[in-house]
Design a protein around this ligand. Structure first.
Ligand code: KIV
Length: 283
C-alpha cells in the first residue's frame, strides 16, 4: 500500500516521476473527507473535476457547475489534502465569458482555493488562453480528447482520435498547447496509440483518463472507482469497492433499528447531571 503523502507534491516531483518512467495516480475529490482519505492513501494528484455536476448534483452534463460552488468545494479538498498536487477544473460558466473572466477565475482557484494548477477543456485555438493564464502565474493542464463540456458538438460524447488523421491532429494540438505553456496534458477517452503519439510530441507529463497504459499518470472519477455512482461507470474504470451497496445496506439497518425500537439503546442516551445530595432541602 502506498504510504500517506507526508510532503507536498510539486510539479517538479511529477516531472521527475515521468523522467524515471514511474507512473502516478490521480483521483477526483469534491469534499474534505474524500480528500483526507486520498492523502492517507498516498494519492499524489487530486482533481476537483466539473464531473461533480453529474456525480454530486445529479445534472445530465457538466455544464451547470457554478464557479462559486466548485471554488468552495476546492477549498475543502485543499484542507483535506494539504500535500496533494491540487488541480481545479475550470467550469463551463467561467470558460464562456471571455478571456479576462477565464483568467480571473483561474487566479481564484490558485489564490482562494489553494490550487497548484487549473485544468480546462482545450483545443488549438486556446493556445492564447494557455499563454495568458501562464503569464498570470496559473499553471495550466490542457484537457484534450473527449471534452465533456462540448456535449452538443457534432463530434459527440464518445471516444476520440480513433483514426490515424485524428491521432495526428491530436498530437499537433498537444504540441501547440504544450508550447504555449501547458504544464501537463490530460487525455480523455482516446486509444493508447493516440496517447503514444502525444507522448512523443511533448515533454510534459500526460495524464490519461481512459487513454491507455502509455500515459504517465492515470485518473478516474473516485465515485466510479468506489462503486458510488448512480450510473454505470465507463469501461476503463477499475471498480474496486461497492460502497454504494454498503451505504444502502447500512441505511436499511438504521431504518429497521428505529422501526423496531432497537435504537436508541441505553448507550446512545445522555444521562441527567447528578443533583447535589442536599439540592431538594435548600430554599
Ligand atoms: O471533471 C472530471 O472529473 C474530469 C476527469 C474525468 C478527467 O475532467
Amino acid at each position: 500500500m502506498s504510504p500517506a503523502l507526508d510532503h507536498p507534491v510539486r510539479l517538479s516531483d511529477l516531472r521527475r516521476l515521468k523522467a524515471e518512467g514511474r507512473k502516478f495516480a490521480m483521483l477526483t475529490a469534491y469534499d474534505y473527507p474524500t480528500a483526507a482519505a486520498a492523502q492517507a492513501a498516498g494519492v499524489p494528484v487530486l482533481l476537483v473535476g466539473d464531473s461533480l455536476g453529474c456525480v454530486l448534483l445529479g445534472h445530465e452534463n457538466t455544464r451547470g457547475v457554478p464557479l462559486e460552488l466548485i471554488l468552495t468545494l476546492t477549498e475543502a479538498v485543499r484542507r483535506g489534502a494539504p500535500n496533494a498536487f491540487l488541480i481545479g477544473d475550470m467550469p463551463y460558466q467561467a470558460m464562456n465569458g471571455g478571456e479576462a473572466r477565464a483568467v480571473s477565475a483561474a487566479q481564484r482557484f490558485r489564490d482562494e482555493a489553494g490550487c497548484d494548477a487549473v485544468k480546462f477543456e482545450a483545443q488549438r485555438a486556446d493556445a492564447a488562453l494557455v499563454r495568458e493564464m501562464t503569464r498570470a502565474g496559473v499553471p495550466v493542464v490542457a484537457h484534450l480528447g473527449l471534452r465533456p463540456q462540448t456535449i452538443d458538438s457534432p463530434d459527440g460524447y464518445r471516444a476520440q482520435a480513433r483514426a490515424p488523421e485524428e491521432v495526428e491532429a491530436l498530437a499537433d494540438d498537444a504540441r501547440l498547447l504544450a508550447a504555449a505553456g501547458a504544464v501537463m496534458l490530460l487525455l480523455e477517452a482516446v486509444p493508447n496509440e493516440a496517447s503514444r503519439a502525444v507522448l512523443s510530441a511533448v515533454d510534459v507529463p500526460v495524464i490519461g483518463c481512459g487513454a491507455g497504459p502509455a500515459c504517465d499518470g492515470h485518473v478516474v472519477v473516485t465515485h466510479d472507482m468506489l462503486g458510488l455512482s448512480t450510473i454505470r461507470p465507463p469501461r476503463f474504470v477499475p471498480v474496486l469497492a461497492d460502497l454504494g451497496q454498503r451505504m444502502i445496506a447500512a441505511m436499511r439497518e438504521y431504518v429497521a433499528a428505529i422501526e423496531s425500537g432497537r435504537y436508541p439503546a441505553p448507550q446512545h442516551v445522555y444521562g441527567m447531571h447528578k443533583q447535589p445530595a442536599d439540592a431538594s432541602t435548600k430554599s
